[in-house]
Design a protein around this ligand. Structure first.
Ligand SMILES: C[S@@+](CC[C@H](N)C(=O)[O-])C[C@H]1O[C@@H](n2cnc3c(N)ncnc32)[C@H](O)[C@@H]1O
Length: 491
């Protein structure tokens, strides 16, 4: 238990194949005598299991496995469950929870009074004990017992354990956000809003109007909407962004509703909260400056950090997972399709060569590998396009955008506005194509004798051409250089 109650978390990923249940605990939490009894009885049982395994004595093995589970439960987990509350969960539970929720392969976890139990998916090169050791290092000021428990689970048992976590999932978004909010004390969230007035004014914000900011970020656009009197539903998949926006916009009280989730599910997220129709929806696609600047998030090759790139730290696949496990052809396709990288095949080949020697785990390691294939020309770092491509793949950014485009209009009342800001041609192409598709009253084909009514016709263009940043904005914020705003209005 901690101040928030028992912390239990279950991610969205389902167990596939073998998983591990790992338990680690605070040094001194268990009496020395229990530990000694456990170590000696466990040693004997493991030796007997090895012999039974060699002899192929399956029935005996199953019995010994059961005995081992009972031993673990009686000597370790029993005393851990009754151990008085200690420093770990009082002060560090959220730090560890936030860390674990970002860890690749973690399906869920449960924090006890002075212990942590984690359900880990066994990947190809997964070394659960090494993982456990690195988690122990992740929480500063924490002293862990050198002993820990590592138990392989059959798929059905993993499914059962995850279901238990799901039933008790209390690591409500707030626990992760609390951690992010604490981090804001040391590193404030600084993101300069792009096309701020242009985008917000296009949604005609006013008292009595309900608007959705599908990419809340640091809350720059939302703030202008709130200042104009609108009620705002702000969605973001990043707990750090939500924490920053809540803090910045606290003065607007219940005019702002912050929603955790992916905007591709905007309709469901809002309907679950009783919102059926709104007057405007804005999406300012892409990542925020703090996401890029924080080395820990692994978006930038300029700072050494874990190769992560997940906007939602609880998402299934990090950049390291893709780089270390995707087939060479898949890697090449990602670099080509999302980064328009002409050397995609050569880079993919080199990545596969390098990862066969050792896993590629950091941003700078990957950037250096790419630089051996592509010599630096001009100002741009050779890894720029590959990093963009991986980021888009990790977050399925184009898929999420397509889903938002295809569902967003259904949320709008008649006369409601839909505005999207994009930062690169792949995104802008998707928005332009979709907006054309729904704003054309008729469609024509060479083989048709006459144009026919367009069944998708549902909106009109608010601006014929995309809005781009003014000279003043360009000189104040170079990031606005590639921004394009397109807006439609529902009929
Ligand atoms: C460019 S920033 C938005 C900045 C914001 N408009 C402001 O002025 O502060 C984009 C934000 O959208 C979030 N985001 C990107 N894709 C998302 C998705 N599919 N679902 C939910 N949030 C997403 C990112 O986490 C990031 O915080």
């Amino acid at each position: 238990m901690n101040e928030h109650g028992p912390v239990v978390y279950a991610g969205p990923q389902e167990p596939t194949g073998i998983c591990y249940r790992l338990v680690m605990w605070e040094a001194g939490a268990l009496p020395e005598s229990s530990l000694a009894e456990w170590q000696s009885a466990r040693k004997d049982l493991l030796a007997a299991m090895r012999d039974a395994g060699i002899k192929g004595a399956r029935g005996k093995l199953a019995g010994l496995e059961k005995e081992l589970r009972e031993l673990n439960c009686r000597v370790i987990e029993g005393p851990l469950a009754t151990c008085p509350r200690r420093a770990l969960t009082c002060t560090r539970a959220n730090a560890l929870a936030a860390f674990l929720a970002r860890e690749a392969g973690v399906l869920g976890f449960r924090l006890g009074a002075c212990s942590v139990e984690v359900l880990l998916q066994a990947g190809e090169d997964c070394d659960p004990q090494a993982k456990q050791e690195s988690w122990k290092q992740s929480v500063e000021g924490m002293e862990w017992s050198a002993e820990s428990l590592c138990e392989a689970l059959m798929p059905a048992d993993a499914v059962r354990l995850l279901a238990e976590y799901r039933a008790a999932d209390t690591l409500h978004e707030s626990a992760v956000e609390d951690e992010a909010a604490a981090a804001l004390e040391s590193t404030p969230f600084r993101h300069v809003t792009v096309l701020a007035h242009e985008a917000v004014d296009a949604l005609l914000p006013a008292e009595g109007r309900v608007l959705v900011d599908a990419t809340l970020g640091g809350g720059g656009h939302s703030e202008l909407m709130l200042q104009a009197g609108a009620e705002v539903w702000g969605i973001d998949q990043d707990p750090a962004a939500r924490a920053a926006a809540k803090r910045r916009l606290a003065a607007y009280g219940d005019k702002l509703h912050v929603v955790a989730g992916n905007f591709r599910n905007a309709v469901a997220l809002l309907q679950e909260r009783g919102v059926q129709a709104v007057d405007g929806l804005l999406a300012d696609i892409g990542i925020s400056s703090p996401q890029v600047d924080c080395a820990e998030r692994g978006f930038s090759f300029l700072n050494e950090g874990p190769l992560d790139m997940r906007m939602n730290p609880a998402a299934e696949r990090s950049a390291a997972d893709i780089v270390n496990t995707a087939a060479e052809s898949e890697l090449a396709d990602i670099l080509w399709q999302y980064g328009e990288e002409r050397a995609s095949r050569a880079i993919a080949r080199r990545i596969v060569q390098e990862r066969s020697k050792a896993p590629i785990t950091t941003t700078t390691q990957l950037a250096d590998i790419i630089a051996t294939v592509l010599p630096r020309k001009g100002k741009q770092h050779p890894a720029t396009r590959s990093f963009q491509a991986l980021r888009i793949a990790v977050n399925d950014e184009l898929g999420a955008l397509e889903d938002l485009l295809h569902t967003g209009l259904s949320l709008l009342r008649s006369g409601g506005r839909f505005a999207v800001i994009t930062f690169h041609s792949l995104e802008d192409r998707a928005v332009k194509r979709f907006f054309e598709q729904v704003t054309r009253p008729e469609i024509d084909r060479p083989e048709w004798p006459a144009p026919r009514p367009n069944p998708d016709y549902a909106a009109k263009l608010v601006f014929r051409k995309p809005i781009t940043a003014s000279e003043a904005e360009l000189s104040a914020n170079p990031r606005s250089r590639s921004a394009k705003l397109r807006v439609i209005e529902k009929l």
